[in-house]
Design a protein around this ligand. Sequence first.
Ligand code: SAH
Ligand code: SF4
Length: 390
Amino acid sequence: MPANMPAGSPINLLGLGRAELTSFCANLGENPPRRFRAKQLLHWMHQAGAADFGVMTDISKPLRDRLALDATIAGPSVMRDTTAADGTRKWLLDVGTGNAVETVFIPETSRGTLCVSSQAGCALECSFCATGRQGFSRNLTAAEIIGQLWWANKCLGAYDAANNKGEARVISNIVMMGMGEPLANFDHVVAAMRLMLDDDAYGLSRRRVTLSTSGLVPALDRLREACPVALAVSLHAPNDTLRNELVPINKKYPIRELLAACVRYLDKAPRDFVMFEYTLLDGVNDSVAQACELVETVKSVPCKINLIPFNPFEGSGYARSKPDVVARFQEVLLRAGLVATTRKTRGDDIAAACGQLAGQVADKTRRAERRLARIPVVETAAVTSAARAI
Ligand code: SAH
Ligand code: SF4
């Protein structure tokens, strides 16, 4: 049964944290030690990858039978599993009512990173993002979010390795950088991240779980208290005029307020810097003058800058900056004493790179139709790009 079960079906234990599992056991009439039962359930589901109660041999048979009646362990329903030439792997997951989201695994020599989605679509409409172009359908549940890690671990053989003991973690890092704005689905994302961090579940350190946000300031302040993990912020422009255009949420939370929230966040963060993401768009935000302005803009925040080559998608209207322009932009930042890296594009032959995740979204906002109505037919990608370059 998929993670997106209708109400009234057995409760899906996959998305429950320690406290909720404890009260679930109490509601079953289970005698103390209920907390120990919760711990056992966490172990079986998240460390052994159990998908049914029958295998839970250290739980009594009557309780296992009772669990099988009242509950389920429902992972995602997988529509497609694709591997790119560079080993990047992408799963398309059905989340019901015509929606599908994507999860991407990026293997590297010394680590394996899983890029996790938090929403079907996104309401924030960043102009250069394939997910934003689709509009918003719905928030994923905690079970659907943690289910992506559970499923990827299963496919990548991590649970077998755990049984054989001593193997390095297959998934060593998580980035909340898939489809959707994680802070717009705050409660479910925090619940899922707490499972990622829980020693009886995935046991990842806070430094290895990164949340990327386009800058929802009040939610960022809440995250600092609720679950401070490593932080990435989608900046993409050195000033409000341009950021208003690229990341429209900037009109509500302008750069100055966002940067102040970043400084507050660092009080509790597991790392002593914020990672600013800056997608380089040909002729839009990649000039030397803009690099100099960026240096000034971020100077109040301990940070690193991650320059992301734009990943094109059909009808985006943008183009990737030329390599020499990227190098020149990076050089300005480095000379100013900033740490600036250029992200290597991974999995672009299977459209698994940053901002290309589209899945399938039944846009509840009908944004796509409204946009089509607004855009004149002659405005092709090339025309738009050229116009922006002027
Ligand atoms: N909603 C979150 C996380 C998801 S996007 C956020 O906006 O931060 C992860 C990163 O990819 C963000 O920095 C986003 O701005 C960037 N991105 C979006 N579309 C892109 C594209 N087409 N090419 C390159 N980066 C893109
Ligand atoms: Fe949403 Fe992030 Fe894409 Fe913006 S970049 S539309 S916030 S997913």
